[in-house]
Design a protein around this ligand. Structure first.
Ligand code: AGP
Length: 609
């Protein structure tokens, strides 16, 4: 995790670095720091806490210079403190680094360096990188970084400045994101394009084991042996305004409201009612390959994993292909059974989650074709998979994922319809009904967002309860888990998602008048079963909020409160059900007061194991 930035040009670097770090704060916010080359030496300022704390430090004594690097930290090695905040320097203070990732052999490297006389000031693995580069420095900083990187195991995106070579910044990466922004007479480096989007949309993505030298005039990239690599620039089609809050109090609320647009953009060019078909350019699978798939393995973490649960339901229903789900951190250690007829589907908003990327390569190396569903163009997932299907959600800044989730669902439904079309598992009339239902989802999501008062008022009643139980069946089991995750991560309240049929096997013991049950009771083949489950909760004095369809006259006899979402096909309903559950979590958190966009202990992108 952690966010890193670098700037070289003619402008004062510090304000540009701080602005970039603001856009990367979602990656971690335990401490922040900057280092600027000022002609005489390297000036470092850092502070524990959010970026605001660093800005307070800078108010009195900002460093000046036109080359600098910056960092916002999510602590892994060493508690959040001023000493452990990046940047870190070598013994001489002439070489300074910021780092995202984990240097797994840092203990061994540190022992060797300490024996060689190096003195350490922090508990971080990053400081090892600074001293290791120092130990290799013989007047060529790029070469010293190459030598140091060759000795480091684990993941890193490193950005380095050296007092003796004040006209360049060096960067290196392995398994952690690093992107270069190309300007006019100035260039940028960052973990994510959001950091420099207001200056340039022309970017180059560094690959694993690339070492990059950036100067004011240009960039050069080599491998660890120093061989030059030709890199092509790409244009990012996000603009800076897309990464701003746009009048909303929090990014999360803005991103919830962006869902109708994001869903439309994700469908555009793929679902056509006129042509009566789904087209998926980018999937990079022949019809023959699709017909031969005998199993799908989905790999994801967190919210993306919940999307995979709903995707499994749709693909199995519509294509009759068995789908296996794996939390990525489990897949990598269980030696999954995969062959050339298995299709891997990797789902990741960032396209950089470490466990998911390891899972991707695990199934790829075993002979499976892999497609990535990701939101970030050029991300590791996009580059490593055989095919890529982008979710066009735009930048998602809030740590709690919302529009990325519903657009992931949309892509999975498109995949299900596309495979069904090629494998002939649906009759034409049913396929047409489903395409039409999918087409209507953005507009139906808009209807929910037009009036959120019922959700706001429910949150005002339940935010002081002891916790929430989310229960659902079928495709909406994913909604229950995702609804509970949203509340947990931004309210820090106890919340559990359960298959309603499991209630009697344990969770029902938790029910009392201070524990609210949120249930999904939209039209489905298990609707009657859900009604019985509600009765069971009510019989134990539980308070029940039901997500149901308008015109359902039965549900109000069962539940204490009803929140409605427009009716749709059961398999697609998780998209609409997600919206009130996201809003419920948002308003509950709002009433309780934590930092909604940056919940404690979390970071947006988990690039460590
Ligand atoms: C959910 O709100 C979280 N932010 C988290 O569970 C997230 O979905 C997970 O870390 C996976 O991230 P990715 O989609 O970028 O791989």
């Amino acid at each position: 995790m952690c966010g890193i930035v670098g700037y070289i040009g003619e402008q004062d670097a510090c304000p540009i670095l701080i602005d970039g770090l603001k856009r990367l704060e979602y990656r971690g916010y335990d401490s922040a720091g900057v280092a600027v080359l000022n002609g005489g030496g390297i000036d470092i300022r850092k502070s524990v806490g959010k970026l605001r704390a660093l800005e307070n430090v800078l108010e009195d004594c900002a460093p000046h210079g036109c080359i600098g690097i910056g960092h916002t930290r999510w602590a892994t090695h060493g508690r959040p403190s001023d000493e452990n905040a990046h940047p870190h320097s070598d013994c001489t203070g002439r070489i300074t680094v910021v780092h995202n990732g984990i240097i797994e052999n840092y203990v061994e490297l540190k022992d060797r360096l300490v024996r060689g006389g190096h003195e350490f000031k922090s508990e971080t693995d990053t400081e090892v990188a600074a001293h290791l580069i120092e130990s290799h420095y013989k007047g060529d900083i790029a070469q010293a970084v190459r030598n140091a990187a060759s000795e480091m195991d684990g993941s890193f995106a490193l950005v380095v400045i050296a007092q003796n070579e004040p006209d360049k910044i060096i960067a290196a990466r392995r398994h952690s994101p690093l992107v270069i922004g190309l300007g006019e007479g100035e260039n940028y480096l960052a973990s994510d394009v959001a950091a420099f989007l207001k200056y340039t949309r022309s970017v180059v993505y560094a690959d694993d084991n690339n070492v990059v030298t950036i100067t004011r005039e240009g960039i050069s990239v080599t491998d660890l042996d120093g061989n030059l690599i030709d890199k092509k620039a790409q244009t990012v089609d996000w603009d800076a305004a897309m990464a701003e809050r746009g009048g909303y109090e929090h990014f999360m609320l803005k991103e919830i409201h962006e869902q109708p647009r994001a869903l439309r953009e994700t469908m555009r060019g793929r679902l056509s009612l006129e042509k009566n078909c789904v087209e998926l350019p980018g999937i990079n699978l022949t019809h023959d390959e699709i017909r031969k798939i005998d199993r799908i393995v989905m790999i994801a973490c967190g919210t993306a994993y919940h999307a995979s649960m709903a995707g499994k339901y749709a693909i199995e229903q519509l294509c009759r292909i068995p789908v296996e789900l794996d939390v990525a951190s489990e897949l990598r250690y269980r030696d999954p059974i995969v062959d050339e007829h298995t299709l891997g589907i990797v789902i990741s908003q960032s396209g950089e989650t470490l466990d998911t990327m390891v899972g991707l390569n695990e199934v790829k190396n075993k002979g499976a074709k892999v497609i990535a569903i990701t939101n970030v163009v050029g991300s590791m997932a996009a580059r490593d998979a055989h095919g890529v299907l982008y979710t066009y959600a735009g930048p998602e800044i809030a740590v709690a994922s919302t529009k990325a989730y519903t657009t992931q669902l949309m892509v999975l439904y498109l995949v299900a319809l596309y495979f069904a079309q090629i494998r002939g598992t649906l009759d034409e009339q049913r396929a047409t009904e489903l395409r039409e239902a999918l087409w209507e989802l953005p507009q139906k999501a808009e209807l929910i967002l037009n009036d959120v008062t019922a959700i706001e008022s429910a949150a005002a009643r339940y935010y002081c309860f002891n916790g929430f139980l989310y229960m659902a069946r079928g495709a909406n089991l994913a909604s229950a888990l995702e609804g509970a995750l949203k509340v947990k991560e931004i309210s820090y309240m106890h919340a559990e998602g359960y298959a309603a049929g499991e209630m009697k096997h344990g969770p029902i013991a938790m029910i009392d008048p201070t524990f609210a049950t949120i249930t999904v009771a939209v039209k489905s083949k298990t609707y009657d079963k859900i009604l019985s489950n509600i009765r069971e909760v009510k019989a134990r004095s539980g308070d029940v909020i039901a997500i149901a369809n308008p015109g359902d006259t039965t549900i109000s006899d069962y539940a204490d409160r009803v929140i409605t979402v427009p009716e749709t096909e059961e398999i697609f309903s998780p998209v609409l059900v997600a919206v009130p559950l996201q809003l419920m979590a948002y308003f509950v958190a709002y009433n309780r007061g934590p930092a909604i966009d940056q919940p404690r202990n979390l970071a947006k992108t988990v690039t460590v194991e």
